[in-house]
Design a protein around this ligand. Structure first.
Ligand code: PRP
Length: 186
């Protein structure tokens, strides 16, 4: 899928494929430097983190294993409550491991805040976060994030794992969605 498939759904390309890949090179280098050859358990948060996980993990020289969690806001329309339930838990034991949570985006920060607390309570040696995108303008809670790809404006973005109504995830770049798509065009 590329921009030619999208018609007028996209307002603008925010981050090109090349910008994303260059930044992932830098993030992987920083992670390798920091962990200095120690094994890392990468924990991806489904579904949005799939692309970041695939591209970041393959750039790392450190020995890595991958695991996944799927989480959901509790109830409907309560994302801002920060109450999260686990739809799919980790398969692996995190005891004594260096856990690195891999996210596509930090919006309000509530999902990550909950996740950090949850994973820290499981006896990991370290728990850190790597995210491709972060929206400082949408933050409801401050969360310590060690590796950030890009701080972006508080716009509706899709692509590179990020969806609108489950669409657009497979775009290789990050784009802002035209307001007409989500019904906010005045
Ligand atoms: C997105 C993203 C984060 C979360 C961030 O997932 O992948 O997990 O939202 O939002 P927050 O900072 O406001 O908590 P989403 O719930 O859209 O699910 P998805 O990854 O399956 O698309």
């Amino acid at each position: 899928m590329d921009a030619s498939d999208m018609g007028s759904d996209l307002a603008a390309v925010l981050l090109t494929e090349e910008q994303i890949h260059t930044r992932l090179d830098e993030m992987a280098a920083a992670i390798d430097r920091d962990y200095a050859g120690e094994p890392i358990l990468l924990v991806g948060v489904l579904k949005g983190a799939v692309m970041v996980m695939a591209d970041l993990s393959r750039r790392l020289h450190a020995p890595v294993e991958m695991d996944w969690m799927a989480v959901s806001s509790y109830g409907s329309g309560t994302k801002s409550s920060g109450v999260v339930r686990i739809l799919k838990d980790l398969d692996m034991d995190t005891h004594g491991r260096n856990v690195l949570i891999v996210e596509d985006i930090i919006d309000s920060g509530l999902t990550l805040s909950w996740l950090l607390g949850n994973l820290r309570s499981r006896g990991a040696k370290t728990v850190e976060v790597a995210t491709l995108l972060r929206k400082p303008g949408a933050a409801k809670v401050e969360v310590p994030v060690r590796y950030v790809g890009f701080d972006i404006p508080n716009d509706f973005v899709v692509g590179y794992g990020l969806d609108y109504d489950e669409g657009y995830r497979t775009l290789p770049f990050v784009a802002t969605l035209a307001p007409s798509v989500y019904g906010d065009d005045g």
